[in-house]
Design a protein around this ligand. Sequence first.
Ligand code: NAP
Ligand code: G4F
Length: 344
Amino acid sequence: MKRALITGVTGQDGSYLAELLLDKDYEVHGIVRRSSTFNRQRIDHLRSDAATRERFHLHYGDLGDAESLASVLAETKPEEVYNLAAQSHVGISFSQPSYTGDVSGLGAMRLLEAVRRIVPEARFYQASSSELFGKAVETPQRESTPFHPRSPYGVAKLYAFWATVNYREAYGLFTANGILFNHESPRRGENFVTRKITQAVAEIAAGRRDSVALGNLEARRDWGYAGEFVRAMWLMLQRETPEDYVIGTGETHSVREFAQLAFREAGVELVWDGEGEDEVGKDAATGAVRVRVDSEYYRPSEVDLLLSDPSRARDELGWTPEVHFEQLVRMMVRSDLAAVGVVL
Ligand code: NAP
Ligand code: G4F
């Protein structure tokens, strides 16, 4: 039985990756942080299900605390380590720049150093991000595209990316960066734009609120489904030699398109009126304002356009995404509608 350690196991990706590995008969260890209230909703089913609970173990630790990382590695001796933990919100990284650098940047270095000292044979996956491309110098973005991060989060992830490469080159560790483009799901955190929209659509349909306030409607992202992106992480660690891979769908859509489609899924056709901060999206049938623009959600520097070229992952890992944009939006809206008890 293989043993894996996942940091960030309570997050969106951590929960899907834990499911995947348990399904492959791994023993899975996850690092969780202490919090005053439990936040394990995404993994509770794995702790109660008879088929998985014996092979799924949680340990307290924090990427800010090197000793806790070393202790967990010494206790669990994993063969694969997936570093998914991060302060992962780009907008919030402008409010907490040095904390984000500490956790999302230096945290990866702390873990790499602990791996080097305690389990140097282990294979290491780093959750790198398309935010590295930032003010992208070419489109689509591929492994060779130069980086130009646009946020404290992107800068922190740049440090972690190069730390991962450096430990491969300096010490011969098996380390791989997955440069993942945006991936979403019904488990996506509620303050990322996709989930914020689908949750608002559901609450509006349930009569619990009137509208949703968004920032930049023109930003374009390459949005895929988290449930299938985690398989690419695992595939990277099964290779003979470690490499870094771009993972995305090869399609790009704007925040406006996402909102349009999400409301359509709940039977509301949006028409747009006005410009800039005065723009609104109205229900074409009733004239009710459903989307507003609020500059509070603008970022000091924006990533305007992300679009992946995932051909290397297709050719070398055999990984191709199956869930397309429309299916992703539908899946997320339906899940949020079900959560508020709305059946259309
Ligand atoms: P997420 O839902 O925000 O999950 C982040 C996880 O990190 C949570 O389990 C969180 O724990 C944990 N964490 C945060 N700070 C920590 C600390 N100091 N010590 C230990 N754990 C800590 O993020 P995600 O969407 O699953 O993304 C997973 C990883 O991929 C992240 O590194 C993210 O930056 C990266 N990434 C994500 C995407 C995407 O589109 N989703 C794309 C590219 C890269 P709590 O539950 O206690 O908060
Ligand atoms: O959903 P977002 O917050 O995701 P963002 O910034 O692209 O970051 C996500 O993807 C990265 C990979 O590219 C990950 F590394 C990172 O951890 C995270 O998972 O914002 C997407 C776009 C941005 O351009 C933002 O300005 O949507 C725009 N936006 C417009 N209104 C909004 C809003 N974003 C948020 N969060 N909230 C809004 O109201």
